[in-house]
Design a protein around this ligand. Structure first.
Ligand code: PMV
Length: 393
């Protein structure tokens, strides 16, 4: 009577910013994202029937379900799929969830969170998850807009739809991860703190106050959305990178055009933009994008990752005198692993003094494109279910 699911996070190339219906999470424009590898960044959620009441644990801490209307909605939507005569219709549900990355720091933790929740609930109610993904993406959307895109792998569009009830506002896979397996990403974590303005409240203020946002949704995104879909299908990398950077810039311009303005980018974010521009001087090989936070995600192809990491650790080395962390502290994580000591040993002293930006980045994370959310089975399920159950108490 339980189901455990794993879900990846996703990073938008065409950004979702602005709702036309806040209670149903219906967007003012379509968006498109890359699903990141769930082996590197993931949320794992166990859903189980219980006897007391609906309860939720996030990273080992209990959170009152009633205090999160979006979670209440997701549970309600699932119960609607079960006939009232079915005893499971009224059974309380326990949800326990764990993230492998910073919560609410602009790394789309809510996307992984709500897609894992929806996948685990589909399994708990024994519904055909694989066959009904588009339908479940509409439920995930009501948890967090961007979550609808994490149910699928590879390159995923969220078609905004026109219906007032949201019945056509759902995710669609454009290409599987296998279409472009050499797409990789380096996440530059400048902060793992909760963002100062949540995306929900930020986008509501932008919709009310930014003229630029209205213009963007009406006159710019529809064309870009089609262009990037074509470019991904054709593997026209340069076009994908250029559109990605323009999108990120325009999203943050809309934040600046909001009243009062929202500043998600920091000096470190801007320095990273300069590094990418500098690396792109001989042809566009890298694309930065920023969500609602200061952390950059840089997309590129496999063969270009090494020079990028080299440049980034040179420019933003770990602090030599940081007493808070030891030499084994992993400064580069994920597919490439480098400790603070390994980096500092290699770094020429002279250069380190020339650009003293040490400590600007907490760490770097190397990952790539991956599969969508899935229900865990066998040994994988046992491992995570036991871990999450033990955290509930
Ligand atoms: O799904 P939310 O409410 O966390 O909003 C996500 C907004 C952005 O991450 C900035 C853009 C996007 O499309 O993911």
């Amino acid at each position: 009577m339980s189901c455990t699911a794993i879900a990846p996070t996703n990073l938008a190339l065409i950004k979702y910013w602005g709702k036309r219906d806040a209670s149903l999470n219906l967007p003012i424009n379509s968006s498109l994202s890359v699903t990141l590898d769930q082996r590197d960044l993931q949320t794992i959620t166990t859903a189980s029937f219980a006897d007391d009441k609906d309860r939720l644990w996030v990273n080992g801490e209990e959170v009152e379900v009633e205090s999160i209307p979006r979670t209440v909605t997701v549970l309600k939507e699932f119960r609607k799929l079960i006939p009232p005569s079915d005893p499971r219709h009224s059974r309380p549900i326990h949800l326990a969830s764990k993230n492998s990355f910073p919560t609410a720091a602009g790394l789309a933790s809510s996307a992984a969170g709500y897609s894992a929740m929806v996948t685990a609930l589909a399994g708990l109610f024994e519904l055909d998850f694989e066959g009904r993904k588009e339908e479940f993406s509409r439920i995930a959307r009501q948890g967090s807009g961007s979550a609808c895109r994490s149910l699928m792998g590879g390159f995923v569009a969220w078609n905004m739809g026109n219906a007032a009830d949201g019945s056509d506002s759902q995710a669609e896979q454009i290409c599987a991860a296998s279409h472009w397996p050499t797409l990789e990403a380096v996440i530059c974590v400048a902060s793992d703190k909760k963002k100062s303005v949540s995306s929900t409240s930020g986008m509501q203020t932008s919709v009310k106050t930014s003229q630029l946002l209205g213009h963007r949704a009406e006159a710019i995104v529809p064309t870009r959305f089609e262009q990037i879909k074509r470019a991904i299908k054709d593997l026209n990398t340069e076009c994908v990178w250029e559109l990605t950077m323009k999108e990120s810039n325009q999203f943050h311009a809309c934040c600046l055009d909001t009243c009062p303005p929202i500043f998600y980018l920091t000096d470190t974010s801007r320095r990273i933009i300069h590094v990418v521009n500098e690396l792109n001087q001989q042809g566009v090989k890298y694309a930065y994008t920023f969500d609602a936070g200061p952390n950059a995600v840089i997309f590129t192809e496999s063969q270009n990752v090494h020079p990028l990491l080299q440049r980034l650790v040179q420019m933003f080395p770990p602090c030599r005198n940081d007493l808070r962390v030891d030499a084994d502290y992993e400064f580069v994580r994920g597919r490439t692993r480098l400790t603070r000591a390994q980096i500092l040993d290699d770094l020429p002293k002279k250069q380190e003094q020339a650009e003293d930006l040490s400590g600007d980045l907490l760490y770097l994370f190397h990952t790539g494109v991956g599969q969508g959310a899935r229900i865990l089975t066998g040994a994988e399920e046992d491992k995570y279910r036991n871990e999450l159950f033990s955290q509930k108490n």
